[in-house]
Design a protein around this ligand. Structure first.
Ligand code: ADP
Ligand code: MG
Length: 301
């Protein structure tokens, strides 16, 4: 790893970030905060002062220790939860609730068990007023994209966990959102299915015009998938750092042994599991870091 820092970018990676940042901002989050009221009346600050912006077709991963507010963050982006302060914009327009410009995939299996695979995918289209036959035709195309057209008439209980999540992705994409929000979608899967799902997701992302915000607590998964990784710290949930992943694309799991991957992994480990005696120094340096990261990675170091 000699000479390799997590900020060291080879030419193709630099070129990719230059192209990415030339695109319009798809999603922006400004000074986002969330305070929950515990049953005893105590205030729980889940998120504080989060600033981040993603560009069109970017793949952003969000990592952080358990309880740092990752799910709260993505639920606010989805409009399922309201923020206490700050604003979320999609294509410049403030978000005030759920909308068809954002699709969501959850960790648990959330397909309707009483509907066939095809009807699960067609569901959102019909909700949006698409006539049934047209909705089913479009749903069939999404099933073909995820390679499950032969399971159109199956029911969710007949599918493996990975297949269910592929259908959930197709269902979220069928209404043509601009943003796909995913909260630990693969964490219930075994290692092999998870690796396959990561590959499927990247294939889909390459084919369609979608910006992805993907929550995970698996650091290797984040490095494998993301353009940038938003690292949150806990109590309160705040930005620790926004990292540009220096690993070139197309990616393979073999790159986990490479210097860029290992340097990024080491940096994430240091941020998420700071050694006890460095925790205070980290705390003191936090405001400078946040300020530096506020322009959402405009600088390529
Ligand atoms: P993560 O997904 O990173 O594990 P969460 O977003 O689920 O974290 O939770 C962040 C913090 O907010 C935690 O301290 C959690 O206990 C608290 N929290 C989440 N939802 C609620 C709620 N509905 N009411 C009160 N506190 C909540
Ligand atoms: Mg969570």
């Amino acid at each position: 790893m000699e000479g390799c820092d997590y900020r060291t970018q080879c030419e193709p990676v630099r070129a990719r970030f230059a192209k990415l940042k030339g695109r319009e901002v798809a999603l922006s989050v400004e000074n986002l905060g969330k305070v929950f009221r515990a049953p005893d009346g105590r205030a729980v600050v889940a998120l504080k002062g989060i600033d981040v912006a993603t560009h069109r077709r970017e793949f952003l991963c969000v990592v952080g220790p358990s309880g740092c507010g990752k799910s709260t963050f993505v639920r606010i982006l989805a409009g399922l939860e309201t923020a206490t302060s700050g604003v979320v914009r999609v294509g410049g327009v403030p978000v005030s609730g759920p909308g068809s410009d954002r699709g969501m995939v959850f960790q648990g299996y959330t397909l309707f068990p009483w509907l066939t695979v095809l009807r699960n995918v067609a569901f959102g289209l019909e909700e949006n007023g698409t006539p049934r036959r047209e909705a089913e035709r479009e749903a069939g195309q999404w099933l073909a994209l995820i390679g499950l057209e032969s399971f159109a008439e199956s029911y969710p209980h007949q599918l493996s966990g990975g297949m269910k999540q592929r259908v959930a992705i197709a269902r979220a994409l069928a209404t043509r959102p601009r943003i796909l929000l995913m909260d630990e979608p693969f964490s219930a899967l075994d290692t092999q299915s998870r690796a396959r799902m990561q590959a499927y997701l990247i294939e889909i992302w390459k084919k369609i015009d979608i910006t992805i915000v993907f929550i995970t607590h698996d650091l290797d998964e984040a490095i494998h998938l993301a353009d940038r990784i938003l690292v949150l710290k806990a109590h309160p949930g705040a930005v620790a750092e926004l990292i540009e992943v220096p690993v070139p694309r197309p990616r393979s799991h073999a790159q986990a042994l490479g210097p860029e991957f290992r340097a990024t992994r080491a940096r994430l480990d240091a941020l998420i599991h700071p050694p006890e005696d460095e925790a205070e120094a980290e705390e003191a340096g936090a405001s400078t870091l946040v300020t530096r990261m506020t322009p959402a990675g405009d600088e390529v170091e």
